[in-house]
Design a protein around this ligand. Structure first.
Ligand SMILES: [Zn+2]
Length: 381
């Protein structure tokens, strides 16, 4: 595609250190999912090979050097943008998508007419029934507010299906905890403007997040990820997604001082976290809760929650599940549980039972403690 490499150069930089990922929709043992990309050309080639067949995703943030990329060292990540995701949840489109994925898993030629028919149905839902409109309208509204405060619009991209992305750019900056600052910001934006479509799961672990590569085609709809402006009407956006003509991109047009605002939130939230931590430590001292040990073997614990594992490796002492986290639609299975904890190869979440109950169910430390105590009382473990 003409101009695409130069678009990627402006959007990601001349050299960058990220992972390109093309998740498979179905289980296929020999399918490689993740690749390292360091130049616009490498990215272009991956998009060229996978666009329209697989999701084309890339890390939102840069590892900063080849060494960090190789080691997946996210402590040294370079932050120069924040990415917000607006997405409509719609059961009708979900059903059609699942049917198409089911047929695809048998091969691209399997019941081809039916596959084409389902793809047309998806396009019709987006084109004629304007299913993505609520997400696009809210992203536009967000952009106006953003411009009022920070002076420039964020960069908006249609996702090729039922949502869109908004990128806020700034000059490279270090944070104590970017995830925490962005989560706080997005949560408050959602509450203040009563947005239905902003996806908070994305901002919760922003550092590990992937976004769709601009100008790649959505694997099911065939519509492209394309930039749009707050002026563009819905029909215009869809026309652009079908035409897929590369526009020029100048990062300077989008760079604001947004990071200063995030930095303030970051500082305050770091302070609040410190206070919470002190309170927790005090409570521990008082009640001696650190002496309570609930779980000896995490495989047993997860079996009681998730049932039998999808795969077992007795000789390696771990078992695999489809990832149970709501933000990760995992069909691989990617969620590994060993004696002392869990790790997901897909969404990179890791921890022990305590972390799991907090993250997966949104419980507080106190809630987890209560739950585990009641299990203990009933002698379940
Ligand atoms: Zn996962």
């Amino acid at each position: 595609m003409k101009g695409l490499q130069s678009f990627y150069r402006s959007f990601y930089g001349k050299r960058f250190y990220r992972h390109f990922r093309r998740p498979d929709e179905f289980i296929n043992e020999n399918f490689r999912i993740q690749f390292k990309v360091e130049t616009p050309k490498q990215l272009y080639l991956h998009v060229h090979r996978n666009s329209g067949t697989h999701p084309c995703l890339i890390h939102t943030y840069d590892y900063g050097s080849r060494g960090n990329l190789n080691k997946c060292n996210s402590d040294k990540m370079v932050f120069d943008r924040v990415f917000f995701d607006f997405d409509v949840s719609n059961n009708h489109i979900k059903k059609v998508k699942n049917q198409l994925v089911e047929l695809r898993s048998q091969g691209p030629g399997y019941e081809k007419d039916k596959q084409v028919q389902l793809k047309d149905q998806l396009q019709k839902l987006i084109l004629e029934d304007e299913i993505a409109k609520p997400a696009i309208e809210e992203a536009k509204d967000f952009s106006h507010h953003f411009k009022d405060v920070f002076g420039k619009y964020p960069a908006l991209f249609f996702s090729g299906c039922k949502g869109c992305h908004a990128y806020a750019f700034f000059n490279q900056f270090k944070f104590i905890n970017l995830n925490r600052a962005v989560s706080w910001f997005a949560g408050h934006v959602k509450k203040s403007f009563n947005y239905q479509t902003i996806d908070l799961a994305v901002t919760k672990d922003a550092q590990a997040r992937l976004s769709r590569v601009p100008y790649s085609k959505h694997q099911l709809t065939g519509l492209a990820v394309i930039p749009f402006t707050v002026e563009d009407k819905y029909e215009v956006i869809i026309e652009k997604a079908l035409a897929r003509e590369v526009e020029s991109f100048y990062r300077e047009d989008f760079i604001t001082d947004f990071h200063l605002h995030l930095q303030e939130i970051d500082k305050i939230e770091a302070h609040n976290a410190q206070i919470k931590e002190n309170v927790r430590r005090n409570n521990k001292k008082q009640y001696g809760s650190n002496k309570i040990k609930f779980i000896d073997d995490h495989r047993v614990f997860f079996k009681s929650i998730l049932g039998d594992p999808v795969k077992e490796y007795p000789e390696k002492e771990y078992v695999m599940y489809n990832c149970p986290f709501p933000g990760h639609d995992d069909k691989k299975p990617s969620f590994r549980v060993h004696r002392c904890g869990y790790y997901c190869y897909g969404c990179l979440k890791k921890g022990n039972y305590w972390q799991f109950l907090k993250d997966c169910y949104g419980w507080s430390d106190e809630g987890v403690k209560k739950h585990l105590n009641s299990l203990k009382k009933n002698n379940i473990h």
